[in-house]
Design a protein around this ligand. Structure first.
Ligand SMILES: Nc1nc2c(c(=O)[nH]1)N[C@H]1C(S)=C(S)[C@@H](COP(=O)(O)O)O[C@H]1N2
Ligand SMILES: [Mo]
Length: 425
């Protein structure tokens, strides 16, 4: 154990091994003894409820009635508790989920004009532009082609925008970071489709267009990385896409901004320059400190957030399992460090493996809270060596005119009553 590990911030806890069986169980001494004493005190079968008669087997299973999991529809930054018809996005309850996969019905949603009701039999995908042979595909055509299956995060570039200028102390992690989710998607590699239509050598751009009323369309640079990794998905967590997420087909762009993952995909047009649609000129550009704007800032940066303890929770002194999620549009997460003393000292968290590239990775670390006010914060490092910046250096680099791609470290403060709040740093 290094001297850093024994710092008071960690309550003297080092590795998992310090939480030995003996310390876990009631009656043993030491700080960690308080962990689960009430729960682990029982000793015989008399303390275990009897067996239960089962319900009939159904066509599909439902979530337990004891479990409440819900997204929150919002009308924009800080506009909570809205009439669902005014909502522009609906956020994932990151604080209530385990592991790294988001259940399909809780995947965050950003739909600019609602989810259209598309008949998959009538739906078509046109691939045209600078190609030798324009083609129109049915959904069945696509499903018959070679496929890839990949677990990746999708993140709206607006994720975190609540904290650009100020921190509303009443926000939960669902409010601050709920516009990122990870699902397993299945579909046809973009390179396969590009070869099928005979993409011309100079066609280094692709226009992807959605079939919803908003007319979302984005120009995508056809780099080798994107040709290798992008795909037209029809499968989501083992079933057909949910309507909210693009049924019957959508584009998946691993590691790149959410907006490029065009839902209800109807057209792929190849060309030699970007189309400058309103979605990459009026929208999804970054206003810089000098008043000029950056276009095509497409990759999602290295990010992480502690999901528990997190905003609005109340904790008690003693053992705490700090846990959260980390992700990067550059590749795999290789390290997450956690500070329990307001970023003064850091300790490496344990990653739940495997850490997949461009997917969310869960981290956890043991901590004993001494009951004194403090701040907890996480910072991630990806396989390309990118380290998530603290808020001060992030703002120094990007300014406060911007609205998208917020990826600074998230700090939660804990007061002497154990109340956890969203703060800037
Ligand atoms: N056709 C279409 N595609 C779209 C959108 C949309 O409104 N229409 N929203 C985009 C945005 S801004 C994001 S962040 C992602 C959200 O995907 P999800 O709703 O499946 O999470 O889809 C993108 N694709
Ligand atoms: Mo988005």
């Amino acid at each position: 154990m290094s001297s850093k590990d024994q710092s008071p911030a960690w309550g003297g806890l080092d590795k998992m091994s310090d939480l030995s069986r003996r310390k876990f169980i009631a009656g043993s001494a030491g700080v960690a003894g308080s962990i689960v004493s009430t729960r682990a005190a029982a000793e015989s079968l008399a303390d275990v409820p009897p067996r239960e008669v089962g319900a009939d087997l159904g066509a599909r299973s439902e979530r337990s009635k004891y479990v409440t999991l819900a997204r929150i529809p919002e009308a924009g930054p800080g506009k909570r508790n809205v009439d669902p018809s005014d909502a522009i996005n609906s956020k994932t309850p990151l604080d209530k989920l385990y592991g790294s996969i988001t259940p399909s019905d809780l995947h965050y949603e950003r739909s600019h004009s609602g989810a259209p009701d598309i008949d998959p039999v009538k739906h078509r995908l046109l691939a045209d532009g600078m190609v030798r042979k324009p083609l129109v595909f049915t959904v069945e055509d696509l499903k018959a082609m070679p496929s890839v299956t990949r677990t990746v995060f999708i993140e709206c570039t607006g994720n975190g925008w609540e904290n650009w200028k100020k921190a509303d102390e009443s926000l939960s992690v669902q409010n601050t970071h709920g516009l990122v989710s990870t699902n397993e998607w299945t579909g046809v590699p973009l390179r396969f489709l590009a070869e099928l239509v005979g993409r011309e050598r100079d066609a280094h751009w692709l226009l992807a267009e959605g079939g919803d009323a908003a007319g979302v369309a984005r120009s995508i640079p056809l780099t080798d990385e994107i040709l290798d990794e992008a795909f037209v998905a029809y499968g989501q967590n083992g079933e057909p896409l949910r309507p909210a997420h693009g049924f019957p087909i959508r584009l998946i762009m691993p590691g790149f901004e959410g907006n490029l993952n065009i839902k209800w995909l109807r057209r792929l047009k190849f060309g030699d320059q970007p189309w400058m649609t309103r979605w990459e000129t009026a929208r999804y550009t970054q206003l810089r400190p000098d008043g000029r704007a950056t276009q095509f800032q497409l990759r999602m940066e290295t990010n992480s957030v502690i999901t528990s303890p997190s905003g609005t929770m109340v904790i008690r002194p003693g053992y705490q399992r700090i846990t959260g999620l980390a992700w990067s549009g550059h590749g795999k997460i290789v390290k997450v460090e956690v500070s329990a003393d307001g970023a003064k000292s850091w300790k490496e968290a344990k990653l739940n493996l495997p850490a997949l590239p461009k997917a969310q990775t869960r981290f956890q670390i043991d901590w004993v809270w001494d009951g004194k006010p403090t701040k907890i914060v996480s910072r991630s490092t990806d396989e390309k060596g990118n380290v998530q910046p603290d808020r001060k250096s992030f703002i120094a680099a990007v300014g406060t005119n911007a609205l998208f791609h917020y990826s600074a470290q998230q700090t939660w403060s804990i007061d002497d009553k154990g109340k956890v709040r969203n703060v800037l740093d």
